[in-house]
Design a protein around this ligand. Structure first.
Ligand code: HEM
Length: 220
C-alpha cells in the first residue's frame, strides 16, 4: 500500500464503499434490480446475505475486500471514490492495481488493469513520469521503476504474459533499425503536443491531417 494510505483515507474509502453497498441493497430489496449485480461487488453482497452462517461475510469484511481492489496504490482517494461510485452504478469494475487480500478472484469477474495509469505513476517512475525519456530504461526495468517492476506491464505479467513478447520486440527493433538507416524524423514547426489517452497514448493531431504535423526527411 502507498505510504499516504492514511487512516483517514482508509475510513473515507470504507464509508464510501458502505454507501455504495447500501444503494445496491436498497435497489435489490425494492425490486428495482433483480440481483445485487453480476460484478465482484454483487458477488460479495450475495455472500453478505447468505443464509448459511459459515458462508456469510460481514459488511466490514466486504468493504475491506473491495478496498483492496478499488483503492490500493491510488494517490487521490477522493477522485477515485467518485469514479468508483460512477463505475459501480454503470455495473463496471475498476481495478487500479491488483493486490487481492484473498487468495482467489471469483470466476467471471472482469478485471481492468489500467496499464497507462501504472506507466505514469510518479511513485514508481519518478516526478518526470510524464516525460518521454527512453534512457530511463538504460539500467533495466527495476532501476527505472524504483524496484516496482509490476508497474511496467506492456505485455502483461505472470503465466498469461503475451506469448508474442519476444517476437514483437525483435520485430519492432528490426523495423525501427531498417527505417532509421534510411530516414530521420523531425517535428514539424506546427506540431502541437497533445497526447490522447485512450487505452494507449497517441498523438491527437499528428499524422492524420493533410497538413502533416510530423515531417519525415528522407536522407537517401
Ligand atoms: C507490441 C506488440 C504486443 C503487445 C504490446 C502485446 C500485449 C499483450 C498483452 C498486454 C497481453 C495480455 C497479457 C496478460 O493477460 O497478462 C497479450 C496476450 C497475448 N498476446 Fe500479445 N502483444 C503484442 C504482440 C503480440 C504478437 C505479435 C503475438 C503473436 C504472434 C501476440 C500474442 C498474444 C497471445 C496469444 C496472448 C494471450 C496469451 C495468454 O492468454 O496466455 N501478441 N499481449
Amino acid at each position: 500500500m502507498t505510504s499516504n494510505w492514511t487512516g483517514l483515507r482508509k475510513k473515507y474509502a470504507i464509508d464510501s464503499i458502505k454507501r455504495i453497498v447500501k444503494k445496491r441493497e436498497d435497489k435489490a430489496m425494492n425490486g428495482e434490480e433483480e440481483s445485487f449485480g453480476s460484478d465482484f461487488l454483487g458477488l460479495l453482497l450475495k455472500a453478505h446475505h447468505d443464509t448459511n452462517d459459515i458462508q456469510r461475510i460481514s459488511v466490514d469484511d466486504l468493504a475491506d475486500e473491495c478496498k483492496s481492489f478499488y483503492f490500493v496504490r491510488q494517490e487521490n482517494t477522493v477522485s477515485v471514490t467518485r469514479r468508483v461510485e460512477k463505475d459501480v452504478r454503470l455495473g463496471k469494475l475498476i481495478v487500479p492495481f491488483i493486490i487481492p487480500s484473498s487468495d482467489y478472484i471469483p470466476a467471471k469477474v472482469e478485471l481492468i488493469i489500467p496499464s497507462l495509469a501504472l506507466h505514469h505513476e510518479p511513485e514508481s517512475w519518478g516526478q518526470d513520469a510524464q516525460l518521454f525519456k527512453p534512457e530511463r530504461f538504460s539500467d533495466g526495468v527495476a532501476k527505472a521503476t524504483n524496484n516496482n517492476i509490476a508497474t511496467f506491464l506492456p505485455f502483461g505479467m505472470g503465466p498469461r504474459i503475451c506469448v508474442g513478447l519476444n517476437f514483437a520486440t525483435i520485430e519492432a527493433k528490426i523495423a525501427l533499425s531498417m527505417i532509421l538507416q534510411r530516414y530521420s524524423f523531425t517535428l514539424s514547426p506546427g506540431y502541437v503536443h497533445m497526447p490522447l489517452k485512450h487505452m494507449t497514448l497517441s498523438p491527437q493531431h499528428a499524422w492524420s491531417s493533410s497538413n502533416a504535423t510530423l515531417t519525415v526527411n528522407c536522407e537517401d
